[in-house]
Design a protein around this ligand. Sequence first.
Ligand SMILES: [Zn+2]
Length: 160
Amino acid sequence: MSDTLPLSNAAPGFICDVHLGKLARRLRLLGFDTIYRNVLEDEEIIRIARTDQRIILTRDGEILSNKTTRGYRPDSIFSDEQVREVLSVFNLRGQIRLFSLCIKCNGEIIPVDKDSVIVLVSPRSGQFMEHFWRCQGCRKIYWQGSHYEKLRKWFGDVLK
Ligand SMILES: [Zn+2]
C-alpha cells in the first residue's frame, strides 16, 4: 500500500467493492464520500481508487494485493461493525457530517425551501413537515420523517 493521500484534514474518500453496499450506504449517511456500484469489476475499483486517491474497502484479499492503492479489509461481516472499524482505523469520528450525502447516489444534500419541493412530495409529508433537503446528484428529496428518527437512533447505537 502506498501512502499517497493528500496531506490535509479532509476526510478520505472510499470505494467499496460489490459486496459492501450496506457499508457504503452507511458511510454516506455519516457524510463520507463513498463510491459503490454493484457492477464494478476489481480492475475498475483499483483504477478509480488510484485516480481519485480513494481507499478501497473490501473483504477480498485479491483486490488488496495490488501495491498501488490504499485499502482496508473489514474483519466483520456485519455492516454496523464494519462502520465502527472504518471510523476507528481512519480516525473519523470527529469528521462525521450526518445527512450531508445522498445514501442512494453519494451526491451532496442541501436544504431547500419547502415551497420549491412541496408539489413533489406526498400530501402527508408536505402537510406535516417543515424541513426539506434535496440531493444535487439524483434530485431525491429528503425530509425529517419517521425514517429520519430511525436513522438518528441507528447513529446513536453505532457510535456507542
Ligand atoms: Zn442522490
